[in-house]
Write a protein that binds this ligand. Structure first.
Ligand code: PLP
Length: 396
């Protein structure tokens, strides 16, 4: 099918909620993608931090093949080994409590919100509140959306759920002021991803931890984008001075298949009980087998060290370019802040023409989220392409 025909069909039959670039991809391997005309692209977006082990990693493909040929689905009324092993692995690698598996990031956050509200009711709070930062992104279902201040402002989608409030980003004083007896949780990203890669300061993370501890509220870290090795440790919180009570994961967890998780600390493992929560597909055998294979690749000191090294090298090289004002983030989660006057959307579109896929989360920022398995030659190529693109933009 020609691209124009595909576009016409898409326009006719899919709800028009996305703006897509005019490219059809048909194959992927590692950090490379090929379009329907056979052109090769370097993928520095990786499905928005989903394909962290690269496209079609052989170990993930094999795990999926094997499990799909054996057993795909039995419902959550029975046991399967991949599901239980995945929960064990997630718990042991992070907070040590219990896990609720989900099909997406937004659902992992829904579960976290439920844990927080039920826990708050247990403390005698009648109208529990969740506090987030402005420009946080937690998802698109109504709970997670209500904790996503920028999107929650859209009056056409209202009303939002009660019990959510936000404070200016990285404002430790405002956060302390917003947390009180009614607070069920502070739910935040250690590095805001969708809004343009903005790390929270250690000072604010510590203030959030202390404020929660003072009133008995939970600190929920949304690690859906920052987790699974993206910042150079399995979980981003490991490089901060705080440990959350609840952590959510998704995106890279399934290596391209839809799976998420809400993980609690040990003391919160019994907050949700039979009947409190459920999801038909969640914890399916195939996605769990895929996630276990992904964790085998990512939860590995050599790979995580390389993520930190490659990220540091990229930052250094990018900062040498005219037009790059700052490089934010950690590991291979980088936001390249361009000088004012440079149209990041134009640079991003031009980079796709040069066959480098990046993302433009806000005017003025290029977001780079390559597979964590990317090699140094590919990193050098991507950096050079960004340099070339900025030069040709400056030349007009
Ligand atoms: N939380 C964060 C930090 C995210 O980046 C995203 C997605 O971009 C989500 C939640 C929502 O995840 P999903 O799109 O899988 O529902």
């Amino acid at each position: 099918m020609k691209l124009e025909e595909l576009q016409a069909l898409e326009h006719r039959y899919l709800m028009q909620t996305y703006r897509r670039a005019p490219v059809e991809f048909v194959r992927g391997e590692g950090a490379l993608l090929w379009d329907s005309e056979g052109k090769e692209y370097l993928d520095f977006l990786a499905g928005i931090s989903v394909c962290s082990v690269g496209h079609c990693h052989p170990a993930v493909v094999e795990a999926v093949r094997e499990q799909a040929g054996k057993l795909m689905h039995v419902s959550n009324l029975f046991y399967t080994e991949p599901m239980v092993r995945l929960a064990e692995r997630l718990s042991k690698s992070s907070l040590g409590g219990r896990v609720f598996l989900t099909n997406s990031g937004t659902e992992a956050n829904e579960c976290a919100i439920k844990v927080a509200r039920k826990h708050a009711h247990g403390r005698g709070v009648e109208a529990p509140e969740i506090v987030s930062f402005e420009r946080d992104f937690h998802g698109r279902t109504y709970g997670a959306l209500s904790a996503t201040p920028k999107l929650a402002e859209n009056p056409a989608l209202g009303p939002m759920l009660p019990g959510f409030r936000s404070v200016p980003f990285d404002d430790a004083g405002a956060l302390r002021g917003a947390v009180g007896e009614n607070t069920a949780a502070v739910m935040i990203e250690a590095i805001q991803g969708e809004s343009g890669v903005y790390p929270l300061s250690d000072e604010t993370l510590l203030a959030a931890r202390q404020a929660c501890d003072e009133v008995g509220a939970l600190l929920i870290l949304d690690e859906i984008q920052t987790g699974m090795g993206r910042t150079g440790s399995l979980w981003a919180y490991e490089q901060t001075p705080v440990r959350p009570d609840v952590l959510t994961s998704a995106k890279a967890l399934g290596g391209g298949l839809p799976v998420g998780a809400c993980v609690t600390s040990e003391r919160l493992g019994e907050v949700l009980e039979a009947g409190d929560h459920g999801s038909t597909f969640a914890g399916g055998a195939v996605v769990s087998a895929a996630a276990l294979a992904v964790l085998d690749v990512i939860d590995e000191p050599t790979l995580l060290r390389r993520v930190r090294e490659l990220g540091a090298g990229m930052r250094e090289s990018l900062l040498t370019f005219d037009g790059v004002e700052q490089v934010r983030g950690r590991g291979l989660m980088l936001g390249v802040g361009l000088a004012s006057g440079i149209d990041a959307a134009a640079v991003g579109a031009e980079l796709v023409e040069r066959r480098l896929i990046v993302n433009v989360p806000e005017p003025g920022t290029l977001r780079l989220l390559p597979p964590l398995t990317v090699d140094s030659a590919q990193v050098e190529r991507a950096v050079a392409l960004i340099g070339d693109s900025l030069l040709s933009y400056a030349a007009g």
